[in-house]
Design a protein around this ligand. Structure first.
Ligand SMILES: Nc1ncnc2c1ncn2[C@@H]1O[C@H](COP(=O)(O)OP(=O)(O)OP(=O)(O)O)[C@@H](O)[C@H]1O
Length: 251
């Protein structure tokens, strides 16, 4: 295999007043894979996501995306390169309809919006994309409903559709199943599997059923450092991981 990885971090480090939340992390995400980041609370997963998306600037180290050094770029510079993120915190406008959410995402300066708006001939395609994206996450029949009318699991699905509006090369999902009941969890697993076809996905989740069902590769973080990496079967059998994380979770 000679293709360069889609994403690499090299000795990536973030310090908050001397405290290393992320410490010398070397992460390699291969193209077309689903990669899970796991680890106990405070391990540095959210900080790492913030470093990848430009919400935080690294103290040292590098982030290389699609062969390009993107270290220190701002979120609005990184997003158009093809990294989109679905947030853990529900960040929807309650009164806006689902279609409006998608149209806003499509037209946003961080997305493809400007190009689409500029070209009148492509406007129709742009308009078609909102319903298409809603359809992909199973919300086509709710296009004109306000976001406030959605159940929790549906809101999370809408957030996924918003992230997909960028048609990202890399989709980052921050705890896609957090707070969900078992039915929604299984529906989300199926949805992420579908969305991951032809795309690269990195996700954080505490639910090992989700990690085992989705991840081609798992990186375990502890205290800001990479503790272990491998397939789900490999990391779950790793003594250090069991001690640090899985053991505690399975007690
Ligand atoms: N802005 C900040 N200032 C100071 N410390 C921070 C800041 N952000 C995160 N930290 C610290 O960095 C460490 C890693 O936090 P982070 O949120 O990345 O962990 P996490 O693995 O995402 O945890 P969780 O699973 O609970 O979301 C924690 O000890 C946290 O308190």
């Amino acid at each position: 295999m000679t293709a360069t990885p889609l994403l690499e971090t090299r000795a990536l480090t973030k310090e908050f007043r001397g405290f290393r939340a992320v410490s010398e992390v070397d992460l390699t995400v291969e193209r077309g894979t689903v990669h899970a980041l796991v680890g106990p609370n405070g391990a540095g997963k959210t900080t790492l996501f913030n470093l990848l998306t430009g919400f935080l600037t690294p103290s040292s180290g590098a982030v290389v995306f699609d062969g390009r050094d993107i270290t220190g770029l701002a979120p609005e510079q990184i997003a158009p390169l093809g990294i989109a993120r679905s947030f853990q915190i529900t960040s929807l406008f309650e009164a806006m309809t689902l279609r409006e959410h998608l149209e806003l995402a499509l037209a946003s300066p961080t997305g493809m919006g400007r190009q689409w708006w500029r070209s009148v001939s492509r406007l129709a395609t742009f308009r078609d994309r909102a319903p298409h994206l809603l359809d992909r996450v199973g919300l086509a029949d709710r296009a004109d409903a306000p976001a406030s009318s959605l159940a929790y699991g549906q809101k999370r699905a809408l957030e996924l559709a918003i992230a997909l509006a960028l048609d990202p090369k890399l989709l980052l999902l921050d705890e896609p199943t957090a707070g969900m009941g078992i039915e929604d969890v299984d529906r989300t697993i199926a949805l992420v599997k579908e969305l991951a076809e032809g795309r690269t996905v990195v996700f954080v989740d505490h639910n090992m059923h989700v990690v085992g069902s989705l991840a081609d590769r798992v990186t375990v973080l502890q205290s800001g450092q990479v503790l272990a990496e491998g397939s789900y079967e490999q990391v779950r059998a790793d003594e250090r991981v069991i001690t640090a994380y899985l053991g505690a979770a399975h007690e």
